[in-house]
Design a protein around this ligand. Structure first.
Ligand code: IVH
Length: 710
């Protein structure tokens, strides 16, 4: 692990030694990551090495090595693939970890669809293949393009490579529709993986850590001839864009995929209730070790496409599917040291630095300890032997301490009372579990983490402005506040003069920054990293205020205690006191108000587009639902209205556009009549909405239950 000594305390000899060690280590990790697709440390650990290297170089500029990681060009990712924008986004799945989560999923579906007893939806259970997803586009029956998932919106063009897979049909024959995107998982079987690694070993080449990495590395080869020699396979399990094919269920799709010559997983089963789902899960889990390929759970999907369409999406995952994961893999290792990290909001998170160990095919050297109470509850001490577990892409955790292996002289961990980065006092308000650095924006760690968030994919999404560059520019003193991001292009000349920055990379970054000036309001709001304000809440705020200025004015008023604004916010459906309190606290801070004002002045923030093209009768209108609806649940009605551009509110006022009245409607209906607000019956609402339903394709956001920022 990284030397924990503060950089300020290093002598120049120690600094030189450490820079030499870091240069070698980082070069090795770069090679493993970029060339071999076989990283042996987590991204966070890698970032820590780079950060340490940069900090030492900043303090000892004369000691910067010729082979410094910041000078090498070999560390840039391969970028030889063309980008492909997915016609239909490639979504991810929500996870279920136990029977209760599965029951909740099932109940939620029945409630959302307002299904009466006896109307059970068929659910298909199929193995969750541990590979990487790909989408294959067939035009007039011919394989025209293949792409990786990428970030879900945009992937890489891997057509030539996919063409080399024996179980991918190049043509779908006579029954092919005009257009179909077949989606599925590229994977490598265990025996093929072992043989392939043996070949690499014999050839003196680095081996892959596990079949998944091997599949990723093999698929992302710039030379398709190499891909052709790799034992890649493909299971088809869903579709993207589809034209000219009438399919009404997932089971029918799988049959059609088989008929076209795709491999469809043979363990797929149709189930009618939760006990059946759990039985299939248990069966698949029993067979896991002997399947011959890696799976990491079972995916449940609502069979009927009509139901799928009504259920729609939450953020990035469908409501109609869930991944029931297998229990986490565990291992025993030594905890060498406990260190702490400072997050974007100052949260101090203790981290276990472990003796590296392989868990489920991945080398783990750090695990989160969550917070002070957790350390105390589990009595975790430096030097202990611990059981760690890792589930999918979840951060590894310490499950328990092996007390019989504890050294006699072991000492409990002293939670720091001051921030390790800025030395400000650490505060932990009564009743809260999270300790925070009180340094606010004077704390470099907080500032840098906030800036990373601001430019990140879900916020301003500035291409080429990764964590490493945020650290670099912050270290150079160029970035203090988010608005400074937009001044980076003015430093183009300085940047070009720096090692590792060519004219092209500087021009690309500058162009990406300039483009981000025109970010939409919701991304800017999300980028501020206000606690409790995740992507979905940011979207709802942006939708409500539609453009920057009214939003900024309202937030200032809120901070000044304006009750009307507070009530207005609480009226936004699904906004509770917690979000509003955090917004108020954020804007009560002068510094934060200045940050927002500077962004307003520097950026050209885009108004929210309310769907008007198809002139939905609900676009931009506020809707209130009251009474019980007969043919759909409240959440479905709300999601539907939002898809058509409406805001859904809880209470009726003069500003309300429509009140939709179900059975036994009470005071809200009365108030609507008094105020002369338009009233719709459920049937009328459906008729108006159905007229528009076909026109809209984008799912409306609804906040995920756990939306929070750390
Ligand atoms: S369905 C909208 N089915 O799991 C649903 N995904 O965690 C799209 N995966 O990105 C996915 N086996 O790479 C589906 N039988 C299966 C799957 C599967 C593996 C992967 C896929 C997806 C990820 C989501």
């Amino acid at each position: 692990m990284t030397d924990p000594r503060p950089v300020d305390e290093l002598s120049s000899l120690e600094a030189a030694q450490e820079l030499a060690r870091l240069a070698t280590a980082i070069a090795e990790h770069d090679k493993r990551y970029y060339q071999d697709d076989a990283p042996s440390i987590s991204d966070a650990d890698y970032d820590a090495l780079r950060q340490r290297n940069d900090a030492i170089e900043a303090r000892f500029p004369k000691l910067v090595r010729r082979d410094s990681p910041n000078k090498r060009v070999g560390a840039t990712p391969r970028s030889g693939f063309k980008k492909v924008r997915h016609a239909v986004p490639m979504l991810s799945l929500t996870n279920a970890f136990d029977a209760e989560d599965v029951q909740d999923f099932y109940d939620r579906i029945c409630r959302f669809l307002s299904l009466k007893d006896g109307q059970q939806p068929t659910i298909i259970a199929e193995p969750k293949i541990d590979g990487l997803s790909a989408t294959l586009r067939y035009e007039q029956g011919q394989l025209a393009q293949a792409a990786t998932r990428g970030d879900g919106q945009e992937g890489e063009d891997i057509t030539a490579n996919i063409m080399t897979l024996p179980d991918v049909p190049k043509s779908l024959g006579d029954t092919a529709p005009a257009l179909v995107e077949v989606r599925g998982e590229v994977y490598i079987r265990g025996d093929d993986f072992a043989a392939m690694n043996a070949g690499l070993r014999d050839a003196g080449k680095p081996e892959f850590a596990n079949p998944r990495n091997a599949a990723a590395g093999s698929l992302r080869q710039l030379d398709p001839q190499i891909t052709a020699q790799r034992p890649l396979r493909f299971f088809a399990y869903s579709h993207g864009a589809l034209e000219g094919l009438d399919i009404t269920s997932h089971a029918a799709l799988l049959d059609q995929l088989s008929a076209w010559g795709f491999s469809v997983n043979p363990l797929t089963r149709a189930c009618k209730d939760v006990p059946e789902l759990l039985a299939v899960y248990a069966q698949i889990q029993d067979q896991r070790a002997t399947l011959g390929y890696d799976i990491d759970g079972v995916v449940y999907k609502v069979d009927d496409y009509g139901f799928q369409e009504r259920l729609g999406f939450v953020a990035r995952a469908p409501r109609w599917a869930i991944a029931h994961k297998f229990p986490a893999e565990r291992a025993v290792t030594r905890l060498n040291e406990i260190t702490v990290q400072v997050g974007r909001t100052g949260a101090i998170t203790p981290v276990a630095n472990l003796e590296p160990i392989t868990v489920g095919g991945v080398v783990v050297s750090r695990a989160t300890l969550h917070n002070e109470d957790e350390i105390r509850r589990k009595d975790i001490r430096p030097g202990d032997w611990v059981v760690i577990q890792r589930a999918g892409d979840v951060i590894p955790q310490v499950v328990e301490v092996l007390l019989d292996k504890r050294a006699e002289n072991s000492q409990p961990f002293d939670f720091p009372q001051t921030c390790p980065v800025c030395d400000s006092p650490v505060e932990r308000p009564k009743g809260e579990v999270v300790a925070r650095c009180s340094g606010g924006l004077i704390c470099t760690a907080q500032r840098v983490e906030r800036l990373k968030h601001f430019v990140s994919r879900d916020a301003l999404d500035i291409d080429g402005f990764g964590d490493k560059n945020v650290e670099l520019f912050a270290g150079l003193g160029w970035l203090h506040s988010p608005a400074d991001v937009f001044a980076v292009p003015q430093r183009a000349e300085e940047l070009r003069a720096m090692d590792g920055w060519g004219a092209t990379s500087v021009a690309k970054l500058s162009a990406a920054i300039d483009a981000a000036r025109r970010a939409p309001l919701d991304r800017m709001i999300f980028g501020l990293g206000i606690r409790q304000v995740g992507q979905a809440s940011a979207k709802l705020l942006a939708r409500y205020y539609t453009s920057f200025e009214p939003w900024q004015t309202a937030m200032s008023k809120l901070a000044d205690g304006d009750e009307a604004v507070r009530a207005e916010l609480l009226n936004i459906d699904s906004f509770g006191e917690a979000v509003v309190d955090e917004l108020q606290a954020f804007f009560a801070n002068e510094g934060n108000r200045a940050v927002v004002a500077a962004l307003g002045a520097t950026m050209d923030i885009q108004d929210v587009e309310v769907p008007t093209a198809n002139a939905s009768p609900f676009a931009g209108k506020t809707l209130v639902f009251t009474g019980s609806l007969d043919t759909m649940s409240r959440p479905e009605a709300k999601a539907w209205a939002e898809r058509l551009g409406a805001k859904v509110s809880n209470s009726v006022s003069k500003k309300t556009g429509f009140v939709v009245i179900g059975a036994d409607a009470g005071s809200k209906a009365t108030k609507a009549r008094e105020l002369g607000v338009a009233i719709l019956s459920e049937v009328q609402f459906r008729a108006m909405a159905e007229g528009e339903a076909l026109a809209s394709s984008q799912p409306a956001p609804s906040p995920s239950e756990s939306e929070q920022s750390a």
